[in-house]
Write a protein that binds this ligand. Structure first.
Ligand code: ADP
Length: 491
């Protein structure tokens, strides 16, 4: 199933907008309710104060002062109009002595709350809802409760002010929110700018442009990413270069025997008076060239197979001594032909986890080279030793040696110090590459000590046990190997 991808930019913008939107709304309403409650309680206090003043006058001037123009009546009217409400003064026998609004003066009022206050059961009855505050308080003189005062105050006045103020605050918050969005869009653009650059560069690389490099980035994370990406690009272009060099070397090496064959064939066909003996000689030369071509192709196939680290290796517990003895036995006739002494010394019985076939090939290459690049009647000394982690194979010879400047190159594909000598001895320049590749895939190392004209020593170190988790497949090599396999299959 295709996963739907969101862009980082819209993700940042949406998330921050939701976050800021929620927090702005929360702050707006929290402050609204806080201010409203504060205003309500302030109003309650001031209504209670006004009530206190009315009661004080009632006690002082008596209920007669409630008549029109009386001292109490005047105060009650003022209080009612100030709070947009109503003031009622009720006598002990529940008669309304004064009513500031709908004139119910002279009527009787009996309600649960008024009775509770009148009888002294309740000190003060305060009730408050969203629109009004209602307080019932007793009028008390030295003889007891003589009546009650009921004040109703409207909250609408403070509400209308509150709404106006908060409409203004809301507008300001909306403007701030709009500015926030602008800033968020800018920030998110800035954040993904680096990524956009990197993305564009990657698209170029995918299309094959490996030369461009990512410039300095704004953020440390993207800078780190860009550095790694540049590193990958460098490696890719170096692999690309190595591959081109390899292909051009391979073509050149494969062309040489074919050119020789062509020259041989042309010269025999152009030679009118050639007899059977001449033909035989030319044909045997052509066969030699075909053998050379075959050897190069075989070595190339071996190389691409062994180049894929850890891939295709068949590790098994094997007797390394036995392997060494077989190699020595095989190479001995070659050495004997040039009176070269070939000695082998084993310091220990060594059992190790190796791919015996491939490692035999690697060590054989070293011993064969020791013969090929030796002087007549020279010597070769091979040895095997081990500690508790590794085994060591040493192949030393008294041959021509390797010049200082060639030591690094002898492991390169097709590199030969002396092309003519290598060719005469049937070399392809791939032997040491194959050897190193096999040793690498055993997680081993190979070292070379040599002095021109005196001799060469190769030392190989290989772990006795293989840790499979560390044997990794190199993608590039795998590709070469797959192609090589295809070719073999097609052949
Ligand atoms: P080749 O098929 O030419 O022997 P190798 O990869 O085995 O290719 O070796 C590369 C080159 O390293 C050889 O051509 C040779 O010049 C040099 N070389 C390898 N082994 C020795 C040795 N034991 N003594 C001197 N030179 C050597």
């Amino acid at each position: 199933m295709n996963k739907k991808h969101v862009s980082i930019k819209s993700y940042i913008i949406t998330s921050l907008m939701i976050l800021l939107g929620i927090s702005h709304i929360a702050i707006f309403f929290a402050s609204f309710f806080l201010v409203r409650d504060r205003l309500k309680s302030n109003m309650l206090v001031s209504v209670q104060n006004e009530m206190g003043a009315i009661i004080e006058r009632l006690v002082k001037y008596g209920y007669e002062a409630c008549q029109d123009d009386g001292r109490v009546s005047y105060l009650a009217d003022e209080t009612a109009s100030r709070y947009g409400g109503r003031v009622m003064i009720v006598s002990r026998d529940y008669e309304i002595i004064k009513d500031t609004s709908r004139d119910q003066t002279g009527a009787y009022i009996i309600s649960r709350n008024i009775m509770d206050v009148m009888t002294g059961e309740l000190q003060d009855k305060v009730s408050m809802d969203n629109s009004v505050i209602r307080i019932i308080r007793p009028v008390r003189d030295e003889y007891g409760i003589t009546g009650v005062v009921v004040v109703t105050a409207s909250l609408m006045m403070i509400y209308s002010n509150l709404y106006k103020q908060f409409a203004l605050i809301g507008a300001v918050i909306l403007i701030v929110f709009a500015l926030d969005i602008l800033i968020i869009v800018r920030i998110s653009k800035g954040t993904v700018n680096d990524l956009d650059n990197i993305n564009e560069q990657m698209t170029h690389a995918v299309q094959g442009n490996l030369q461009e490099r990512l410039s300095d980035q704004r953020f440390s994370e993207t800078q780190h990413f860009a550095e790694s990406f540049n590193e990958i690009l460098s490696r890719l272009s170096s692999i690309d270069q190595t591959r081109s060099e390899f292909v051009s070397n391979v073509s050149h090496e494969l062309k040489t025997p074919i050119t020789s064959m062509k020259v041989l064939a042309e010269s025999i066909t152009e030679n009118e008076g050639a007899d059977v003996e001449d033909y035989k000689e030319f044909m045997s030369d052509i066969v030699e060239e075909i053998d050379r071509e075959t050897k190069i192709i075989n070595d190339l196939l071996t190389l691409v197979k062994t180049d894929s680290q850890g891939n295709d290796l068949n590790f098994e517990e094997a007797d390394v001594n036995e392997m060494m003895e077989t190699i020595i036995k095989t190479v001995s006739p070659l050495a004997a032909r040039r009176s070269i002494s070939l000695e082998y010394e084993s310091f220990k019985e060594v059992m190790a986890e190796i791919d015996k076939v491939k490692l035999s090939l690697a060590i054989s290459n070293l011993v064969e080279n020791a013969v090929k690049y030796n002087i007549d009647s020279g010597w070769i000394k091979c040895s095997l030793n081990a500690d508790n982690k590794f085994f060591y194979v040493k192949v030393a010879d008294s041959g021509v040696g390797i010049p200082e400047d060639a030591k690094d190159k002898v492991f390169d594909k097709f590199y030969r110090v002396d092309k003519a000598r290598s060719r005469d001895t049937g070399g392809t320049g791939l032997g040491l590459s194959i050897t190193r590749s096999i040793i690498n895939s055993h997680r081993g190392t190979i070292k070379l000590y040599s002095e021109s004209g005196k001799g060469t020593t190769f030392t190989v170190r290989i772990p006795l046990r293989q840790d499979r988790s560390k044997i990794q497949t190199v993608a590039e090599n795998t590709v070469i190997e797959e192609k090589a396999d295809e070719k073999t299959a097609n052949a």
